[in-house]
Every structure is written in structure tokens, then in C-alpha cells.
Design a protein around this ligand. Structure first.
Ligand code: HEC
Ligand code: HEC
Ligand code: HEC
Ligand code: HEC
Length: 180
């Protein structure tokens, strides 16, 4: 019995020893071949996300089109800038690939999942992504509400905890009274 577990343990160790360089090699390839760049492009996201309306609601939002001509692409909000978090989010895309190609939810099922997906999406959005474009220190507040909200909450509450719907306006799941 003892030797058996000993053997299976060293077998597992051997497999882990194998896996590590293989994963490293794959990760290096992912970055060197530009696959990381490619999988951050809006076109790539669009190839799957036509069905749940996120593309059209983004195009109609202030971030998809506005007078300044600066467009926030999908990755500008959804892919963290910090390398560690970026890898975690990218790895999560493997699950998206699995759900898309194996589970194959219907449009109806997707709509049912939307509130949950919206919450999950928010929990992964990093303030640094918003701050890369919005320098709040230099922005002149256009209302007292904004001035109070920003001076008391920024840094403690996530941007998207108040600006819940900035990426995809207007959505049916938005409740009355909520801000963009
Ligand atoms: C292979 C198809 C596919 C591609 C390509 C794809 N997605 Fe997804 N995505 C999905 C599916 C399917 C789900 C639902 C996953 C689930 O049910 O857990 C999802 C969920 C999401 C969510 C909500 C859930 C969460 O965990 O955040 C966000 C945000 C998202 N995708 C953004 C993106 C962005 C941004 C891109 C491009 C960089 C992208 N997706 C590319 C299929 C895809
Ligand atoms: C300005 C930031 C921003 C941009 C740009 C943006 N999003 Fe989002 N996204 C959000 C926020 C905030 C949420 C959560 C609230 C909601 O669902 O609208 C979200 C939610 C989502 C969800 C989950 C909810 C659902 O309906 O499935 C998906 C998928 C998604 N985004 C994909 C995309 C794709 C694809 C693009 C580019 C075409 C994009 N987003 C562009 C901020 C953004
Ligand atoms: C690529 C740059 C970019 C990124 C990233 C970005 N924004 Fe914006 N945002 C803009 C531009 C440009 C406008 C339009 C400004 C204008 O027309 O005055 C805007 C407008 C807004 C507005 C005003 C909305 C309205 O209805 O008037 C809010 C609020 C906002 N952004 C919050 C956010 C939050 C929160 C995030 C992070 C999830 C974010 N933005 C990410 C560029 C960006
Ligand atoms: C406690 C809630 C709260 C938080 C957290 C918050 N905001 Fe706001 N923000 C507001 C309110 C309220 C307004 C004013 C909305 C209005 O007048 O419709 C506003 C307005 C804005 C505007 C629009 C200014 C304009 O020209 O209309 C931008 C851009 C913005 N916030 C960006 C951000 C960013 C980026 C973060 C995160 C670093 C953030 N906010 C965090 C509540 C918040």
C-alpha cells in the first residue's frame, strides 16, 4: 500500500514537472505569435458576441461613438492593463470558448444569463482602465452630485459600482434611477 501511494505520488510529480515547461512554452508562443494581441481585438470579441446584443448596445453607447472621436474598444474596459490580471481574464476566455462551442446556449438562454454575466463583467473591470482615459483630477465636475460622489468614493468604490451601464447603453436590465 505504502509503496503504491509513493509511486503514484512520484508519478504525479513527474507529470507536473512535464506540464510546467509545456505551459510556459505555450504561454510564450501565445505572446510571441501575436495571439495575445489578436484575441484582444474588437473583431475577435464580435465574432461571438453578436448574439447577446453587447455589440449593438456598445456601438450606441457614448463609448462606441462620441464627438471627441475617441472610441473605447472592448479591450479598453474588459481586459485589465496589469499583466497578472490580464492573464487571469484571458484564461477565463477558455471557458467562454468552451461555453460557446460545447454548451452552445440559445439566444433565449443567453438573455436569461445576462444579469449574472453583467455582474461578473463588472467584478473584473479595473478602475485603472477607466482612469487611463478619464483623468478625474483634471476633470471639472459638471454637477454637485458628481463632485461629492467623486471626492468621497473614488478609490474605495469601483467606478462601475456607480457607472454600472457605461459600456452598453441603454439596456433593458437597467433599473430606473440608475446612472450610466
Ligand atoms: C469563442 C467565443 C467568444 C469570444 C471570441 C469572446 N467571448 Fe466573451 N463570452 C462568450 C461566452 C459563451 C460567454 C458566456 C460565458 C459563461 O456562460 O460563463 C462570454 C462571456 C463574456 C463576458 C461576461 C462574463 C465574464 O466572466 O466577464 C464578458 C465581459 C465577455 N465575454 C467579454 C469578451 C471580450 C471583451 C471578448 C474579446 C476580447 C470576448 N468576450 C470574446 C464567448 C466568447
Ligand atoms: C466603457 C467600458 C466598456 C466597453 C468599451 C465595453 N464594455 Fe462590455 N461591459 C461593460 C460594463 C460596465 C458591463 C456590465 C454592465 C452591462 O452589462 O452593461 C459590461 C458587460 C458586458 C458583457 C456581459 C453582459 C452581457 O450582456 O452579456 C459582455 C459579454 C460584454 N460586456 C462584452 C463587451 C464587448 C464584446 C465589447 C466591445 C464590442 C464591450 N463589452 C465594450 C463595460 C464596457
Ligand atoms: C479609450 C478611452 C476611454 C475608456 C477606457 C473609458 N472611457 Fe469613458 N468616455 C470616453 C470618452 C471619449 C467619452 C465621451 C466624452 C465626451 O463626449 O465628452 C466618455 C464618456 C464617459 C462618461 C460620460 C457618460 C455620459 O453619458 O455623458 C462616463 C460616466 C464615463 N465615460 C465613465 C467611464 C468608466 C467608468 C470607464 C471604465 C469602465 C470608462 N469611462 C472608460 C473615453 C473612455
Ligand atoms: C459613488 C459613485 C461614483 C463613483 C465610485 C464614480 N463616479 Fe463618476 N460620477 C458619479 C456621478 C453621480 C456623476 C454625475 C452623473 C450625472 O450627472 O448624471 C459622475 C460623473 C462621471 C463622469 C461624467 C462627467 C461628464 O462630463 O458628464 C465621468 C467621466 C466619470 N464620472 C468617471 C468616473 C470614473 C473614471 C470613476 C472611477 C475612477 C468614477 N467616475 C467613479 C458617481 C460616481
Amino acid at each position: 500500500m505504502k509503496t503504491e501511494t509513493g509511486q503514484s505520488k512520484s508519478f504525479i510529480k513527474m507529470r507536473i514537472a512535464w506540464l510546467l515547461p509545456v505551459c510556459l512554452a505555450l504561454a510564450t508562443l501565445f505572446f510571441l505569435t501575436g495571439a495575445s494581441e489578436y484575441t484582444s481585438q474588437t473583431d475577435f470579441c464580435q465574432s461571438c458576441h453578436e448574439m447577446n446584443k453587447v455589440v449593438s448596445t456598445w456601438q450606441n453607447s457614448i463609448h462606441g461613438a462620441n464627438e471627441s472621436g475617441i472610441v473605447a474598444e472592448c479591450k479598453d474596459c474588459h481586459i485589465p492593463r496589469n499583466l497578472g490580471n490580464k492573464l487571469v481574464v484571458k484564461a477565463g476566455k477558455l471557458k467562454e470558448l468552451y461555453v460557446h462551442s460545447v454548451v452552445r446556449p440559445t439566444n433565449f438562454e443567453f438573455r436569461r444569463m445576462t444579469p449574472e454575466l453583467a455582474d461578473r463583467a463588472r467584478s473584473k473591470i479595473d478602475d485603472q482602465n477607466c482612469l487611463a482615459c478619464h483623468d478625474l483630477k483634471r476633470q471639472v465636475p459638471n454637477s454637485e452630485t458628481q463632485q461629492i460622489a467623486h471626492s468621497t468614493s473614488v478609490g474605495t468604490a469601483a467606478c462601475v459600482s456607480c457607472h454600472q451601464w457605461v459600456g452598453h447603453a441603454p439596456r433593458e436590465i437597467k433599473k430606473e434611477g440608475e446612472i450610466r
